[in-house]
Design a protein around this ligand. Structure first.
Ligand SMILES: *[C@@H]1O[C@H](CO)[C@@H](O)[C@H](O)[C@H]1NC(C)=O
Ligand SMILES: *[C@@H]1O[C@H](CO)[C@@H](O)[C@H](O)[C@H]1NC(C)=O
Ligand SMILES: *[C@@H]1O[C@H](CO)[C@@H](O)[C@H](O)[C@H]1NC(C)=O
Ligand SMILES: *[C@@H]1O[C@H](CO)[C@@H](O)[C@H](O)[C@H]1NC(C)=O
Ligand SMILES: *[C@@H]1O[C@H](CO)[C@@H](O)[C@H](O)[C@H]1NC(C)=O
Ligand SMILES: *[C@@H]1O[C@H](CO)[C@@H](O)[C@H](O)[C@H]1NC(C)=O
Ligand SMILES: *[C@@H]1O[C@H](CO)[C@@H](O)[C@H](O)[C@H]1NC(C)=O
Length: 516
């Protein structure tokens, strides 16, 4: 039972605690409390205890009515509140003296878990400085009188506010591509960088500043497309002289400029420091590859750069890259990776001011498919005793895998005559008993995933030069270079371009006899 100003409030319970509502009467007076136990044998009352209502009472929740950024203090928010109970139990001077004990509950945008912190509230507007720059927060506050003896009020209404921008806390990752060396050792350098992640940008980037210098003091006059750049830009290029050069990049927000990112470009005639020692790749799924490398024995390595690009013949493809620190020996690549596409992955070590070393490169698929085209066969030469064929390689875009073998198919009048295939990388000579005078000869390519379609066939019409009827020819020799490339598919392209036919073979020595 509570008594104040001659008003009585009570609550009943069979347990050990209960809460009595005091019907908006405020807490600025003294309450007297007694506990009465009721039983069949009678009612027993405790001693009456009187004390300030503010200590035992729960304050009404307050209303937040503004949350504002603090210019120049990107970690702070300015919070204003009011109370709409007619008599808030603490006078402004008591609040100023720090008699209000408060906590703030806040959630950053995109986060789910709220954090609760003690805050010092000495007025209807107060600053809290425990936030990240340029981040939107939802806040609530609660109060109690003085200390732990008092219960917390309910939380206030939530209110949202964003902190002010700060200068970016890190430089964007910066890399370069070096173009071919031209006259006097000049080369076109493309500088590439990655937009800063939000938590490092600390605001909206308003511009990038890219500057380069020649280490031998030569003044550069042509900045190409570099210099002060729009915030959407992520690359620029400029010509640089033969000597060692360095380029730097900063990102700026309204509040300031990031530290500098620096990239060193070794001189055109400098010897390339060594590449990493070993590179392996393991597909992890359809769209990721794990790569590992061993660092070069040289201890002055300052970092690594991994570059990957889809291998294409016809269209150019985007260069992806990742810069890593000197203790890194692996990376999981996911950006821009899909199945049935060949990627060239290369790793270079960085050697501080010496620039980047040579690369170690690997070609990989996350998953191979069957070729979507076959090589086109062309007749190079026909004589009475031989047919000379050549074929063009299938563009890498249509291979979808590494070629394991080729199958040569000879048909006559749409009937399958014979299929020859091999998995050996040497010259194989075949012969066909003449059954007809027209042969269609075509080739299919196979990867581990299966065999692709045939390319355009060569139509071989056998005509004898001296008027002898073609039927008189008893044998047609086909000489085919069958290649299988297991690990180094790039050798293939150039070798296939060679003529397939070298000499008229003696069928009795041919390996075909064993195949039959
Ligand atoms: C609150 O108390 C006043 C008297 O102080 C009374 O008139 C009113 O009915 C009470 N309201 C409630 C909801 O108990
Ligand atoms: C005990 O309390 C109850 C409820 O307040 C009341 O009705 C009853 O009269 C009280 N008994 C005595 C003996 O005071
Ligand atoms: C303020 O008063 C209104 C009605 O008068 C009430 O609905 C609201 O809950 C009150 N807010 C607080 C924080 O007490
Ligand atoms: C708030 O301060 C009290 C002491 O005044 C301390 O016991 C408590 O752990 C603090 N809470 C937080 C969330 O810092
Ligand atoms: C860009 O950076 C250079 C070199 O640090 C500096 O001299 C120049 O003032 C910067 N430009 C802007 C627009 O900040
Ligand atoms: C290097 O990078 C890895 C992965 O980002 C990190 O775990 C490690 O702490 C970094 N090492 C140094 C020396 O910075
Ligand atoms: C790797 O090195 C070779 C030979 O030096 C070069 O032709 C190739 O362009 C380099 N690849 C990359 C991605 O830098």
């Amino acid at each position: 039972m509570l008594r104040s100003k001659n008003l009585t409030f009570s609550c009943t319970t069979t347990g050990l605690s209960c809460t009595a509502g005091i019907n908006g009467s405020g807490l600025r007076f003294t309450f007297c409390i007694s506990v009465i136990s009721h039983s069949i044998s009678g009612n027993v009352s405790s001693k009456i205890r009187c004390q300030s209502a503010r200590i035992e009472g729960k304050l009404a929740p307050v209303s937040l009515n503004s949350v504002r950024q603090v210019d120049g203090s990107p970690h702070c928010l300015s919070v204003s509140w009011t109370s709409n109970v007619t008599h808030f139990p603490l006078a402004p001077f008591e609040i100023e003296r720090g008699e209000l004990n408060s906590q703030i509950k806040f959630t950053a945008e995109g986060e789910v878990n709220a954090q609760v912190r003690n805050v010092s509230v000495t007025g209807y507007t107060f600053q809290v400085c425990l936030f990240k720059p340029y981040t939107s927060y939802t806040l609530e506050i609660r109060n109690r009188y003085l200390g732990e003896a008092s219960p917390w009020s309910e939380w206030s209404n939530p209110f949202q506010g964003r902190t002010a921008e700060a200068a970016p806390s890190a430089a964007p990752a910066l890399w370069r591509e070096v173009g071919p060396i031209g006259r006097n050792g000049w080369r076109l350098i493309s500088l590439l960088w990655k937009p800063l992640p939000r938590f490092m940008a600390n605001g909206r980037v308003t511009f990038y500043n890219v500057t380069c210098r020649a280490e031998n003091g030569l003044t550069l006059s042509d900045y190409g497309s570099c210099g002060k750049l729009q915030p959407e830009t992520t690359s620029c290029s400029l010509p640089l002289p033969a000597g060692r050069c360095s380029c730097s990049l900063t990102a700026s927000t309204s509040a300031g400029t990031s530290p500098k990112a620096l990239v060193w470009i070794s001189g055109s005639s400098e010897k390339e420091p060594p590449p990493p020692a070993e590179l392996t790749a393991t597909p992890l799924g359809d769209d990721s590859v794990k790569i590992r490398w061993r660092p070069p024995p040289d201890l002055s390595v300052s970092g690594f750069v991994v570059e990957w690009v889809a291998v294409r013949e016809e269209t150019s493809s985007v260069l992806h890259w990742e810069k890593l620190n000197s203790s890194s020996t692996k990376l999981i690549i996911t950006e821009g990776v899909k199945t049935m596409e060949r990627y060239a992955i290369s790793v270079k070590a960085l050697y501080g001011e010496q620039g980047a070393g040579g690369n170690i490169t690997l070609h990989v698929y996350t998953q191979e498919g069957t070729p979507s085209a076959g090589p086109d066969v062309r007749v190079e030469h026909i004589s009475e005793t031989s047919v000379e064929l050549s074929w063009s390689p299938v563009p890498v875009e249509q291979l979808h895998g590494f070629i394991r073998s080729y199958a040569l198919v000879c048909t006559t009048r749409n009937q399958l005559a014979r299929i020859y295939s091999t998995s050996f990388a040497h010259l194989v000579c075949l012969y066909l008993k003449i059954l007809a005078i027209i042969y269609d000869i075509f080739i299919r390519a196979s990867t581990v995933a299966g065999t692709g379609p045939a390319g355009n066939p060569a139509n071989v019409h056998i005509v004898s030069a001296d008027g002898v009827k073609p039927m008189a020819l008893t044998r047609l020799y086909c000489c085919v270079l069958v290649l299988v490339v297991k690990q180094k598919p790039f050798f293939m392209t150039s070798m296939i371009k060679k003529k397939l036919f070298h000499r008229v073979p003696d069928p009795s020595n041919s390996t075909v006899s064993q195949w039959n």
